[in-house]
Design a protein. Structure first.
Lengths: 159, 563
């Protein structure tokens, strides 16, 4: 777990103000930590005078929020019908093997979270892999390797 | 706004303009089935069980949320309506596990009743049948998510009525589940086990451990009575089967609690661990042994006659028993629980009207401490923005609801704020009477609610027993204790020193060591009589069960005859 600094969260809440929409505050916290830490939800509950159960309700209703810490990169394989018949399964198992995790999991070094989705509405491009919001179509094992290598390179460049 | 005319199934009724179709149907005496709606809750239109046909409307509408309008014509039993109801029921039944024959609530379940009423004989749709968890982490009742239809009655009751706001929902769609706080076990959550949610639940999702499988509607009777365990005197219904009380529920029509009761009233007596006194007990060679009534009464009379004796009466006694003690027993009479604190108490309903509440050094969330009264305080704080000021040096169960918390020594800060309030209310008990007086003296607009100790201390005062117990060195005591559990140490010390002690008690504890004679006393489920609550209202206590043992009053009269 990363350390959650209550001051940072109080700062976010303060900047938005107590009449701010709950969701926008939660979104800001989600962006900062890549999940909603429990401590943060408790602080939000106190600041907004809302019961814990209600914060939790909102946090679990929307897919945009996660209750578990996510990896730096979020990879998502479409397993919708069209992508499926074009080999999404193989793409997924290749990614799982490369990252050493199953769909729904996060690598121990917090680098990747792997997810699946049912149809992104771009079936003609299938099978599709989305990493950090960027779509790559007509994927197969080799292209997955290239994609991962590119991301690694970019990360090294940054570091 | 003038009333509007509505026609429902051919009956014309005139109802207030802000009514819903369901309200109007109730006025017309027409039954519309409801699952998520409840008279005590705001309607949300979640379950769709109450769909009705409204002329000139394209689709069916839920009666519980649909507002009436002038000249509206409603049909509640047309083919379209009945078909829709059956469809809604089919969906509800196919969602989770509703194999009624294995359900502890079978026979007293609103959902099941509706299924029978609408002729459901089989599942029309495939059952999703997800495996849902069961949460049994609370001592008195269990949440089985497999039976939950997500009507949200429990959530709204916990929020709107109790003001506790423990419950909520997580996830969405078919994965939606009722949760406590941030999805932690109910037993570890902020739940106070008042059981209001369970009383509200129209299915078997919330089940009472004590009455599971026993409460079928045609096998029980409901006896309206009162809880006499504290001076709120909540109206209850005793759920009785085979001369046994299996469950206690709040009476929705009763003042001052309007259907709500606390953990103590709902579960306290049914889960009492202390050993009952079923036969008279007489001490011989240092140990209590069974005796027959004549011997025990004789023994008690001898002991009391040979010394200067006093009678200590608890507020767990009915007013009739207290009166009998005054009429029949010699010696000074004193009240076990302490003194009445206030002559002109405001009714508890002011808690739902006030704009500022000062809770003066009393914790309304623990022990026998008038817990129901914490509900209007909580819901006022949560829903009406009422400022709650706690004057308390200790942690208080209302901490999370309080806007301000100061030491009782800083009472002037509370006065400063309350001066500007429309109608401040001061809540206190006998331990903080002086503080409350000090506050009230400076707040001319303030109303006060001073809780009388125990259940019927106000009733004792009415028959003249108003002096609190004080150790004046009597050498013999007769204690009319009833269910009393929390007994002042001063009294226990006096009893330990006295030459002779006879007690009329429901339980052996805490009397075993000090009593020479213990005479059985009924508990509140077993007695008829009356009590006066802290507001000064007189209520009737009705026995849910009969026993062969003599009543409280009879015992006192028989003893009196020997003295
Ligand atoms: S028992 Fe009372 S406090 Fe607990 S969840 Fe139910 S209504 Fe809320
Ligand atoms: S537990 Fe009962 S009251 Fe609560 S949502 Fe489920 S069915 Fe409704
Ligand atoms: S508040 Fe008092 S009278 Fe009401 S249920 Fe609780 S113990 Fe009984
Ligand atoms: S199935 Fe993958 S985009 Fe439609
Ligand atoms: S009772 Fe009206 S929708 Fe549930």
């Amino acid at each position: 777990m990363i350390d959650v600094d209550p001051r940072e969260i109080i700062e976010i809440i303060g900047r938005n103000g107590a009449d701010a929409p709950l969701i926008s505050v939660l979104e800001e916290i989600q962006t900062k930590y890549r999940y909603l830490p429990r401590e943060a939800m408790i602080l939000v509950s106190e600041a907004f005078g809302l019961p814990l159960s209600q914060i939790y309700s909102v946090a679990t209703f929307y897919n945009a929020f996660s209750l578990e810490r996510r990896g730096r990169h979020e990879a998502c394989v479409c397993v919708g019908t069209a992508c499926h018949v074009r080999g999404a399964k193989r793409v997924l198992s290749h990614l799982e093997e490369k990252l050493g995790i199953k769909a729904g999991e996060t690598t121990p070094d917090w680098n990747y979270t792997l997810d699946t989705v049912h149809c992104l509405g771009a079936c003609a491009l299938g099978p599709i892999v989305v990493v950090d919001g960027e779509y790559s179509g007509q994927m197969h094992a080799k292209k997955v390797d290239e994609l991962l290598a590119r991301i690694e390179q970019a990360d090294e460049g940054e570091a | 706004m003038p009333d509007v005319q509505v026609t429902i199934d051919g009956h014309q009724v005139s109802v207030p303009a802000n009514s819903t179709v369901l309200d109007a149907a109730k006025v017309a005496g027409i039954d519309i089935p409801e699952l998520c709606a409840h008279d005590a809750l705001k309607p949300i239109g979640a379950c769709r069980m109450c769909l009705v046909e409204v002329e000139k409307q394209r689709v069916l509408h839920p009666a519980c949320t649909f507002p009436v309008s002038e000249g509206m014509v409603v049909h509640t039993a047309s083919d379209a309506v009945l078909g829709a109801r059956r469809f809604v029921l089919q969906l509800l039944f196919s969602e989770r596990n509703h194999f009624c024959m294995y359900c502890q609530t079978s026979g007293s379940c609103t959902l099941q009743d509706l299924a029978y009423e609408h002729g459901l004989t089989h599942w029309e749709f495939d059952r999703a049948f997800p495996k849902m968890p069961v949460d049994a982490s609370r001592q008195f009742f269990v949440m089985d998510h497999n039976r939950c239809i997500l009507c949200r009655r429990c959530i709204r009751a916990c929020d709107e009525l109790v003001g506790n706001r423990t419950l909520g929902l997580k996830n969405r769609g078919a994965d939606t589940m009722v949760i406590a706080d941030m999805d932690i076990p109910f037993g570890d959550s902020s739940c106070i086990s008042c059981g209001t949610c369970m009383q509200m639940c129209p299915t078997g999702a919330l089940m009472d451990r004590a009455s599971a499988y026993m409460g079928a509607t045609d096998e029980i009777t409901r006896v309206p009575s009162r809880c006499s365990l504290c001076s709120v005197g909540c109206g209850v219904e005793l759920i009785v089967r085979g001369n046994r009380v299996i469950r206690v529920e709040g009476d929705w029509d009763a003042e001052p609690n309007k259907g709500l009761i606390c953990e103590v009233g709902r579960f306290g007596l049914l889960h009492e661990r202390r050993q009952r006194v079923r036969k008279p007990l007489v001490k011989a060679d240092g140990a209590l042994a069974d005796a027959d009534w004549d011997d025990a009464l004789q023994k008690a009379a001898e002991g009391l006659k040979s010394a200067e004796s006093a009678v200590v009466v608890s507020g767990f006694s009915s007013t009739e028993a207290a009166q009998a003690a005054v009429n029949q027993l010699p010696g000074k009479k004193m009240a076990l629980g302490g003194a009445l604190v206030n002559g002109d108490n405001a009714p508890l309903s002011v808690l739902d009207e006030t704009d500022l509440i000062i809770v003066a050094d009393v914790d309304l969330t623990e022990g026998y401490n008038y817990r129901m009264a914490s509900f209007p305080i909580k819901r006022s704080a949560r829903h009406r923005g009422v400022r709650v000021i706690l004057l308390d040096d200790e942690p208080n169960g209302l901490d999370a609801w309080a806007r301000y918390k100061w030491s009782p020594d800083e009472a002037e800060r509370a006065v400063e704020l309350a001066q500007h309030a429309e109608m401040p209310v001061i809540v206190y008990d006998q331990h903080s009477a002086a503080l409350a007086q000090e506050l009230a003296a400076q707040l001319p607009k303030a109303k006060t609610i001073g809780f009388a100790p125990e259940g019927n201390t106000a009733g004792l005062a009415e028959v003249g027993i108003s002096e609190p117990f004080a150790n004046d060195g009597f050498s013999a005591y007769y204690v009319i204790a009833g269910e009393a559990a929390e007994v002042p140490q001063e009294l226990m010390d006096a009893l330990a020193k006295a030459d002779f002690v006879a007690v009329q008690a429901s339980y052996r504890e805490p009397w075993e060591d000090v009593a020479d004679v213990i005479l059985p006393s009924p508990v509140m489920f077993e007695k008829d009589g009356s009590l006066v609550n802290t507001e000064g209202r007189s209520f009737e206590l009705k026995a849910g069960v009969t026993t062969r043992r003599p009543s409280e009053v009879e015992v006192i009269e028989r003893l009196g005859a020997l003295l």
